[in-house]
Design a protein. Sequence first.
Length: 173
Amino acid sequence: MFALSEIYVFFEKTAYAMQNGTQEEFIHSPEWLDIWWPVEEYVFIKLCKEQKLETFYTEARTIFSSLLEQTGTPANEAVLNAIILNQALIKIPFQTEDLEIPLSFNIWDFYKAILRGKQIPLEHAPRTEIIDRTSEQWSNWDEWYQKMVWWGNRRGAYLYGNKRAGTEIAGHH
């Protein structure tokens, strides 16, 4: 089964079961710290543990490209760059090296500006983003479940940071 359709079916069945009282708000997982997980965390762990994250992002790129084409817009390279960057930023265990991502747009700077309440133009400017996968590492699944998913979700910490490739001009962020 495809990742997105599997997620959809899981959320739909879980929502109906919660509505009719046959399912708790959380999902118990004996194999993942033997705790009750919020549904979205359970699905995230499942995607990572079953190595379906790559499939998820491949399907997302295909769907976004198709939707853009249906609206008469050719596959938007900026949107595809954003999906590629998002996939690279997801914190997963067993990463021991930083990752270099070549992009055609200033997606990372654009995103960070939005988070700070600023507005910068989205620019077509080839660049390489270096994803910092060495500052935080998890050498086993249990540590990742606990420190990244369980504790990290509460502070929105699913994404790695980045390091600027090349030299930055003083005063520019």
